[in-house]
Design a protein around this ligand. Structure first.
Ligand SMILES: Nc1ncnc2c1ncn2[C@@H]1O[C@H](COP(=O)(O)OP(=O)(O)OP(=O)(O)O)[C@@H](O)[C@H]1O
Ligand SMILES: [Mg+2]
Length: 784
């Protein structure tokens, strides 16, 4: 709440005036009060005295009247009071106190009638005063006179006094105010001056200004003291200014130093932040690389203790991080390889340059499986730790081994195929001519048994070359949609006979048909060869099981073969409870002429033929065997898509009539073979035109183009190969019947560019009856 008034708020001038005014006024007031009181008392006393003397006068004047009881006279005496204006009433009382005579002035204040006063007493009323004087006669009080005076005169006089007093007081105050207004300057001016100066100094901060000294009073002392203080302040100020300037300079210097240091610090901080960020990024990057690299990796300290492994390592090894971290990684090394690993580890600690960064070692996983691995080990710079990345070569080695095996088989196959081809030409001549001799010989001819022996030996040799060709997949096959169930049924009896009574044959075929595109004779051959081997492996008897089922081969996995194509396959499993095979034997069983059997008991071609046939049918054959635990052969043949089956059923056999009278152009560069073919064909009634090479074949064809019913062409001929001859001939007669003969297979013919699906082909050595049958078959083909 706002204070209404406080004398402390007043200026010095105001305070001085106020003090002086109050002092003066109080003094005047007190003086007036004393004066008026004195005046009042003296006036009253004089008034009472006057009245007493007046009443005495009246008492003396009415003494006679009272003594004589003359009221009238008394009244008359009293009426003389009219001339005294201050008397408003008078009364005379007898000795009994009874009113004897009275007087009352008209138009005066009403004075109440009161009890008579005692002699010599007076009494003040509000506006009157009355006194009483005894009427003495002869020293005896005979009555009493009471005179009452109006006080208005007294009051008006007092009022005049008061008015005068207040007038004088007002004037005095005014005079004192005016005087003070002037005189206060004596006091206030130096103070105000000092205050103004202080305000100016504080505003301007100029301590050189000095206060004016008006006198030697307290203010003068104050001003003097103030000036002294200013002098000191000025000196201090100057000193301070100097000090401030020095400080400022110092601060400036320090500030610049600080700002320089600050900038440096900032730069360092930025650099550090950048480095830290780079470090975090790098750490993150390398951790990501470490984590996401497909290879199992680990970090180990110089003692070989694993400090970190990645997820790929966990997945690969089967160990969790917790199980591995903190353990020596020597624990995961295959026993035999530990010394090597330790040696490299020690070398890395003593001479990192000399230690190999990459080496192969066998590691163990949680299951105890041995993995062939290729380690890449590097020391992490500025640390004693090494990072090691593991490349598992187990699968690669397995595939490599498979590849090596299949390449070996391929090479052997080529060799065997080449040998068989040349032998076939020779055997074609031997068998052909021996057959002709046999045909033309009399039944009783003593030399007939020799010819028979030649033929039998040649047949055996031909059988061998057929086996070799089968292995090298160079024999002609006649594949068609084939239900494996019916094949098993067909061959079951024969197999039973082969294995004998001591061995039980168990077959397990599904109720539905399992169709593959295959040559029935070839598949039967496979089963026969496998059964023969099983029999030989079970001299004491046992069980031979053959099962057929459908399987789906997935994409290549660690369990599958390198060359395996995914898809649906018919799986023929042939297992026996025989003696089994060692690992070494298993590695070679498909090689031609590999046999563990005594001389004369086995040629070592049985499984080679199986291998060749299955390969030629785009299938796979696997073996699983251990000594004493029997053997399992698994044969995978691609299943025929149901949609293709109808198209493939066209390969129906046709009735054959042997012999004919058509004209046949025989293009064969091998003289013996050509002569044999000519001989055989002519024997069966055909007319033969001979051509010695490709060019000759073309010329001969041109000469007899309209008479030729069939062209028998050797695929490989000098000057012009079979394909070129075929192309030339078919230009003139596109639908002319042709029969190719070669020591090679249809594969080779295709390689040479003849890819007719209905290609007619005969492989060497060609037996005369087979030749004439095939010639007849081709001539009988419809649509030409
Ligand atoms: N079921 C089997 N059990 C044990 N060993 C076998 C079995 N099948 C094949 N072998 C081994 O594989 C070798 C090669 O067999 P393959 O059938 O190729 O030749 P062979 O049987 O010795 O002679 P051939 O079959 O030409 O008469 C055999 O000598 C034998 O050691
Ligand atoms: Mg065999």
């Amino acid at each position: 709440m706002r204070r209404l008034f406080s004398p402390f708020d007043l200026s010095i001038k105001g305070k001085l005036i106020l003090i002086c005014t109050i002092t003066t006024a109080s003094a005047l007031f007190l003086t007036s009060v004393v004066f008026i009181s004195t005046e009042f008392i003296s006036l009253r006393r004089s008034l009472v005295n006057n009245l007493f003397s007046f009443a005495g006068t009246v008492a003396s004047n009415v003494k006679g009247a009272v003594a004589f009881n003359d009221e009238k006279s008394a009244e008359e005496t009293l009426s003389t009071l009219d001339s005294v204006p201050t008397i408003s009433r008078a009364a005379v009382y007898d000795r009994n106190g009874l009113m004897f005579a009275s007087y009352r002035r008209e138009s005066t204040i009403s004075v109440p009638d009161t009890l008579p006063l005692a002699h010599g007493a007076f009494r003040f009323g509000v506006n009157h005063v009355e006194v009483s004087q005894p009427i003495i006669l002869d020293k005896e009080i005979i009555g009493n006179v009471t005179v009452t005076s109006d006080l208005s005169f007294f009051y008006s006089r007092m009022a005049v006094y008061i008015a005068i007093l207040f007038g004088v007081m007002g004037l005095s105050l005014l005079a004192s105010y005016l005087m003070l207004a002037k005189l206060q300057l004596i006091v206030t001016k130096p103070i105000l001056n000092l205050a103004g100066l202080m305000e100016k100094i504080s505003r301007k901060r100029d301590y050189s200004i000095r206060a004016k000294i008006y006198g030697r009073d307290e203010i003068g002392s104050l001003a003097h003291g103030f000036n002294e203080m200013l002098t000191k302040i000025q000196a201090r100020d100057e000193e301070l200014e100097l000090y401030r300037k020095h400080l400022e300079e110092l601060v400036k210097k320090r500030t610049s130093q600080l700002s320089e240091a600050n900038n440096q610090l900032k730069q360092e901080l930025t650099e550090r932040l950048r480095a830290e960020k780079a470090l975090v990024e790098s750490e993150h990057r390398y951790r990501t690389i470490f984590e996401t690299t497909g290879n199992p990796s680990l970090i180990a300290d110089d003692s070989g203790t694993i400090s970190l492994v990645n997820t790929a390592f966990e997945k690969w090894s089967g160990y969790s991080r917790k199980e591995v971290e903190g353990k020596s990684w020597m624990n995961f090394c295959f026993g035999e390889d530990r010394p090597k690993m330790k040696h490299y580890h020690d070398l890395r600690n003593s001479d990192p340059e000399a230690a190999p960064g990459n080496y192969e070692v066998r590691l163990l996983d949680r299951e105890g499986n041995v993995h062939n691995t290729y380690l890449s080990v590097a020391v992490i710079p500025a640390s004693k730790r090494t990072v090691c990345s593991i490349l598992d070569l187990t699968e690669l080695k397995r595939l490599e081994e498979q590849l090596r095996q299949s390449q070996k088989m391929e090479a052997i196959g080529r060799l065997a195929g080449g040998v068989a081809h040349d032998f076939n030409n020779i055997l074609t001549a031997i068998i052909g001519y021996a057959s002709l001799i046999q045909m033309k010989m009399a039944r009783t001819d003593p030399l007939r048994s020799y010819v028979n022996s030649v033929l039998a030996s040649a047949e055996r040799a031909a059988h061998l070359t057929t086996g070799l060709l089968a292995f090298s997949r160079k024999q002609v096959i006649a594949p068609k949609p084939l239900d494996l169930n019916s094949v098993i049924k067909n061959v079951q009896q024969l197999l039973g006979r082969i294995i004998g009574e001591d061995i039980e044959l168990r077959t397990d075929c599904p109720p539905h048909s399992i169709t593959v595109f295959a040559d029935q004779g070839q598949i039967e051959q496979v089963l026969i060869n496998l059964a023969t081997n099983a029999r030989d492996a079970m001299p004491e008897g046992g069980v031979l099981s053959i099962t057929i089922e459908i399987v789906v081969l997935p994409e290549t996995t660690s369990q599958t073969r390198a060359d395996q194509k995914p898809g649906n396959y018919a799986l023929i499993t042939v297992s026996d409870t025989g003696i089994g095979m060692s690992k070494k034997t298993v590695e070679s069983i498909f090689e031609p002429f590999f046999t563990t059997k005594e001389v004369g008991k086995g040629t070592g071609l049985g499984l080679s033929i199986v291998y060749g046939i299955i390969k030629q049918h785009n299938g796979y054959v696997d073996v699983c065997s251990e000594p004493g635990s029997g053997t399992i052969f698994r044969i995978y043949l691609p299943l025929v898509d149901a949609r293709d089956q109808g198209n493939l059923k066209a390969a129906a056999s046709r009735g054959r009539t042997v012999g004919g009278n058509q004209t046949i152009l025989v293009a064969e560069d091998d003289v013996a073979a050509r002569a044999l073919i000519k001989e055989v064909l002519e024997t069966y009634g055909y007319s033969v035109i001979e051509a010695v090479d490709g060019e000759d074949a073309v010329n001969r064809f041109e000469e007899h183009r309209d008479n030729i019913d069939l062209v028998v062409i050797d695929v490989i001929m000098p000057k012009k190969n079979g394909r070129a001859v075929y192309e030339h001939i078919t230009k003139t007669r596109p639908r002319i019947r042709t029969l190719f003969i070669s020591g090679y297979t249809a594969d080779i013919i295709n390689e040479k560019g003849i890819s007719d699906k209905n290609l007619n082909f005969l492989s060497k050595p060609v037996a005369p009856d087979v030749l004439v049958a095939k010639v007849r078959e081709v001539l009988d083909l419809p649509g030409t």
